[in-house]
Design a binder for this molecule. Sequence first.
Ligand SMILES: Nc1ncnc2c1ncn2[C@@H]1O[C@@H]2COP(=O)(O)O[C@H]2[C@H]1O
Length: 590
Amino acid sequence: MGLLPSRENKLSQTILDGLPFLQDVPKSTLKLLENDMAHFSVPGGQQLFAAGAPADAIYFVISGSLGAFTPKSDGRSEFLGHIRTGEPVGEIALVAGENHQNDVYTLRDTELVRLTRQGFMKLIKSNPGLLERLTRVLLLRLRKSRRKQPRRAEPRVFALMATSPTIDVDLRAKALAKELENLSFKVKIVDESDADKDSRYFDDLEARHDIVIFKTAIGDSNWFRMSLRYADRIWILARADAHPSSPLMPDDESPTRQFKLVDIILLHHGNSRIGAEPAKWRDAAKASRIFHWDGLNDDDCKRLARVMAGRSVGLVMSGGGARAYASIGAVRALREAKCPIDLVGGTSMGAVVAACVASGWSDDEIDRRIRKAFVESNPLADYTLPVVGLVKGHRVDGRLAEHFGDINIESLEIPFYAVSTNLTHGAVRIHTEGLLRQALRASIALPGILPPIVDGEQVLVDGGVLNNFPSDVMRELHRGKIIGVDVAQADRGLNPQDFVNPPGFFRWTMKHGFSAAPPIAALLMRAATVSVDPKDGSQYTDVLITPDIEDTELRDWKAYDDIVERGYIATKKALTQLNGPIARTLITST
Ligand SMILES: Nc1ncnc2c1ncn2[C@@H]1O[C@@H]2COP(=O)(O)O[C@H]2[C@H]1O
């Protein structure tokens, strides 16, 4: 049993009165059990007991929370469920007469009452009704864990942690609280002056507010460690012009770590991103996401508040060659409706459009750059005698370098991902870091047309081969809403006539010239993506936009204006059909 370090407290009648489970038990019976009971406080992140340990007691949660985990053969743990205030834990082994089946860890600082096995037996002999109540809890847990649970509970307690004394964490917490209040969230900010409070105090604060923010500096203080233990989610505030110390945070190997999603909030001053090292900060903090906060920029602050509130909006764009131009129209319509776009991602040409949005470009800038890169001359026209692809890819490389330069994904204004297919391992590759143009180049490398990208031992090709509409990836990234633009649900546009008595290479080229893609391009595109279910990914979206582009070819790069317009119209239509809370979250122009 891993109860140390823990504190044993005096068991009082008030504590027992607070336990709904024992409410019907006469006080005289409880008095007889006094020697079998103990009242403990256990810090967050400690093991209460391990799977396989003998069941010598049952526990009741007074305050705080615990998690049950199944140890896996690969050393990791699978989360089964929460055990919250008022509930029993360890009851299964006691009732079944065997050892504990799962590991149980405190997820927060937790107070418990421990009742020995002998005491428990005496108790149910005198109060058989308790067994019925226990059975109900047991069945409920079983049913809940059979349902597919979200891996993480809704975070309500955030720790804002400053990495430097020059960061005004108070100012930041207040700015976030103000935006959260504008979203009708009740917020409480707590600081070091509450360091002497116990878990019941914080449980109560949490019950009375939607979000509790702990503000602290990273350091060797009691309050810092308390914030770490209480927080559902940790936001590390770092100056973009500073270097992280390593390690940034104390090591915490308990499985509760998987609940503590850590994010880096990089603070920029003077709007300059030059020299910033977001990836270093992310690695030092083992963070999963990076957000940027320029100066005291309102838009960035609003975005962060939406992320805290679970009201952020992620935009996902599918691949589909020239059809993905429709996503440009969709972005325009979303911006006109003042719909926030807080995270973006996509596959293939969808990833290219997503990268434009993540770069912070206006509609006009996106229009100008995409026209220049894809419409005014065909980037796929450097045909070659195929060895690894129909085209050499130099033109595409040049265009990507011209427009996206050497920027890394983690420096983009808003969180971004592109999806490619790792042919070596037959797996999806999600690009959330590294050189943006390299990720885009991999994401659009349709096998047979563009040469693949080689990354170490891995051969990367178009993400559309395995995941053409990566809304599942967005679901993992945030809790908010997902808008998806899927241009591949329409028929894939193969013209059977192209394949009846096809002409020779020279005859075809004389007729169509060098800038049009030969039918083999369409054939390869279709072959690479034929096994992907066109409806894949729809289930993760809150708003699904499927522009009417059946009659448009995937390689019709010249049909830009028409396709953009169709994306715009389809998105406007989808937005006008929204009503209720989702309309209020997405359309903020009214
Ligand atoms: N799905 C679940 N949700 C919450 N608690 C659980 C779940 N499964 C098991 N537990 C608790 O974890 C404990 C592990 O030890 P026991 O098997 O004795 O009793 C178990 C329950 O108290």
